[in-house]
Design a protein around this ligand. Structure first.
Ligand SMILES: Nc1ncnc2c1ncn2[C@@H]1O[C@H](COP(=O)(O)OP(=O)(O)OP(=O)(O)O)[C@@H](O)[C@H]1O
Ligand SMILES: [Mg+2]
Length: 163
């Protein structure tokens, strides 16, 4: 290969490439541009995601009550990944110039058979003691579920800072 003779610009170390769909082993947390991607397999991973979310929420200057609500949403979405899909990831990032925070919980599990009914309070007879998806929807400002049978589930929620 020819080079043009110019000094090479300083470069960050090359990123290791991974096969598409690969989920990193637990405990390795990838920093994104302004957020984190946390692999979720165990309750310890959920605790780590809560800790990171609280940190980011503090950095974005969310009031303390919102930091607690964000941590609660992470617990619920993380538990759903562990219980219903075995493993997945939680992505945390700021949105719209730090006006809000986005949480994306994603997995390649069995998917939710009937999303509409999963979002209705009391629709699930085996519903545990947690907030459930309807509770997460209530405490966040934006909420979206995309789920396909045998392909997985992605729940995206946002919390905006008070004006
Ligand atoms: N990530 C997921 N993958 C597959 N199914 C899911 C996932 N998240 C939720 N579900 C389905 O949606 C239903 C409703 O979820 P929800 O969190 O409201 O209740 P739950 O997890 O059953 O009980 P609780 O959260 O109160 O312990 C679940 O029972 C499950 O069938
Ligand atoms: Mg649940």
């Amino acid at each position: 290969m020819r080079t043009n003779g110019q000094a090479r610009p300083a470069q960050s170390p090359p990123r290791r490439t991974r096969p598409a769909g690969h989920i990193r082993p637990a405990q390795t947390i990838a920093a994104q541009e302004d957020g984190f991607r946390i692999p979720i397999r165990t309750s310890d991973d959920i605790l780590e995601a809560r800790r990171r979310a609280r940190e980011l929420a503090a950095k974005l200057e969310f009031p303390s009550i919102d930091r607690t609500l964000i941590a609660s949403a992470i617990s619920e979405l993380g538990r759903n990944i562990v219980h219903h899909a075995n493993q997945g990831e939680i992505h945390l990032q700021s949105d719209e110039g730090a006006r809000g925070m986005v949480i994306i919980a994603t997995d390649r599990g069995p998917g939710i058979r009937d999303v509409r009914s999963a979002l209705q309070d009391g629709s699930n007879p085996e519903h545990g003691l947690g907030l459930g998806l309807p509770g997460v929807r209530r405490i966040m400002d934006e909420f979206e579920v995309v789920s396909r049978p045998r392909q997985g589930t992605t729940v995206t929620v946002k919390k905006w800072k008070p004006q």
